[in-house]
Design a protein around this ligand. Structure first.
Ligand SMILES: [Cu+2]
Length: 108
């Protein structure tokens, strides 16, 4: 490749980067056996990155039957799950190790 071609290739790569940075991302904490926030609104038809941070001293398992995810979150740790694109509606999630801990993804 000559320098012009390299420059064009670089610009193509850099041009593609904002799309990655724009990916929808939501942080959900687990604190005192509650999800914070308990209701998370996300756009329909979009892939969304959920980051779940466990601030409790007990192990949790972030789980949803509605959107088919299940992942253990260590005390003080965090996990990432991708959801969507989803149709509009309300999708429940819970802590499978503390089933009283529940929240909802509201897709609009
Ligand atoms: Cu489970």
């Amino acid at each position: 490749m000559n320098h012009l071609t390299v420059g064009a290739a670089l610009m193509a790569i850099l041009g593609a980067m904002p799309a990655l940075a724009d990916d929808a991302q939501v942080i959900i904490a687990i604190k005192d056996h509650h999800f914070v926030p308990e209701t998370v609104e996300i756009p329909a038809g979009t892939k969304v990155k959920l980051i779940v941070r466990n601030q409790d001293r007990t192990t949790s398992e972030f789980e949803s039957v509605d959107f088919h995810r299940e992942k253990v979150v260590q005390p003080g740790g965090e996990i990432t799950v991708f959801v969507g694109p989803l149709a509009p509606g309300s999708y429940e999630f819970f802590d499978d190790f503390h089933p009283g801990t529940r929240g909802h993804l509201v897709v609009k």
